[in-house]
Design a protein around this ligand. Structure first.
Ligand code: COI
Length: 355
């Protein structure tokens, strides 16, 4: 498909493809050749363009740098054995970006423009989509304020961009997590549900403290009582206790509405898996670890896919989870999602967008 007529194209004169080792991809290190840009001025999006990936000029007074109006998405494209490129649940990301935009007082980027931009960029850089199982092209759409103005108010100009990065696994081995009962990621009425840059900035220090103690990530608890499990730093979380899959509900506005989360919930429903969307208390979590009824714990996210959790720190104690059985729900879900994403299983829910 040629680049959309609404989008101007300046091709890179030097592709980095031949310098890229696709056999040892580290998450987030290599960026593909091109990026999409659109600018919002005087109440409308325009100047849609694809240009070589590279630095851009920003005024020191850029409002994002001071007040943090910045949101982003994470999504992935996969290459099938036949060489077709498929994107997982792109419409969901386009919609979620606009939900974040609303919360952060930013303009929506129309979904049809989002998909058109995505199609044009991926078609141009389709050689960047890795074919190896476990690898994919990570796609980073994002939007930020562009006003060069120091007063605190919503910016009047914005930039929306997409760039991509061929990636391997975000977590290369099962992860260890620490239940956080001191710091807070989100509270009701806050911005926890939005995929806003500031949420990630605020999580870095507590996550760093946990990492210094040897844990990969935090398990965030609610901001009011610190007694209920919410999500992890890079992914939603799910637990299987006494045969029931349990994951935190998203209605309170404190939890990211994960697209992998909703896909795994859909699979659970398809398979008749007993499922509870409810808050698991820290006490219940600890009890299930003490008495051995916790069967599985895993993170679900675009970057993380399904990340098995092998160690959980609660109230000063480390608990180890045995490697999950071959018929574990999480393993079955990962295999099924991979099958759909790489075009090997039937896409019964119409999740894949073909480029
Ligand atoms: C994603 O899973 O796409 C995310 O945005 C999480 C990020 C921390 C890598």
């Amino acid at each position: 498909m040629p680049c959309s007529p609404n989008i101007s194209l300046t091709k890179s004169s030097h592709s980095k493809l031949s310098e890229t080792d696709f056999s040892s991809l580290v998450f987030g290190k290599v960026i593909s050749d091109h990026m999409f840009i659109a600018d919002y001025q005087n109440g409308a999006w325009g100047d849609f363009r694809i240009v070589p990936y590279g630095p851009m000029d920003i005024y020191p007074g850029n409002a994002t740098l001071h007040y943090g109006q910045a949101i982003f998405e994470g999504m992935k494209a996969y290459k099938t054995k036949k060489g077709d490129v498929l994107v997982f649940r792109a419409e969901s990301n386009a919609r979620r970006l606009n939900e974040s935009a609303k919360r952060m007082c930013m303009p929506e980027f129309p979904e049809q423009h989002f998909i058109e931009a995505l199609r044009s960029l991926l078609d141009l850089d389709r050689e960047w989509v890795p074919q190896e199982k476990g690898s994919s092209l990570y796609i980073r759409p994002f939007m930020f304020a562009m006003d060069n103005y120091l007063g605190v108010r919503p910016s009047e100009s914005y930039r929306f961009m997409i760039f991509t990065s061929p990636v391997g696994a975000y977590y290369t081995k099962p992860v260890s997590v620490k239940v956080e009962t001191n710091y807070t990621r989100a509270t009701e009425g806050g911005t926890g549900e939005a995929k806003a840059a500031g949420n990630y900035a605020a999580s870095l220090y507590p996550a760093q403290l946990a990492q210094q103690e040897g844990y990969d990530q935090l398990l965030w608890t609610d901001g009011k009582t610190h007694s209920q499990i919410e999500e992890s730093g890079t992914m939603n979380v799910m637990f299987k206790i006494k045969g029931t899959l349990i994951t935190a509900p998203t209605g309170k506005g404190t939890i990211l509405k994960g697209i992998t989360r909703k896909s795994v919930i859909q699979l659970a429903k398809d398979w008749g898996q007993k499922l509870e969307e409810r808050f698991l208390t820290v006490a219940e979590l600890q009890e299930s670890l003490e008495n051995g009824t916790m069967e599985e714990a895993f993170g679900v996210g675009t970057a993380a896919t399904i990340a098995f959790i092998h160690k959980i720190h609660v109230n000063g104690k480390d608990y180890f989870l045995p490697e999950s059985a071959a018929d574990a729900f999480s393993k079955h879900a990962l295999k099924t999602l991979d099958g759909i994403k790489y075009g090997e299983l039937q896409d019964t829910h119409h999740w894949m967008l073909s480029i």
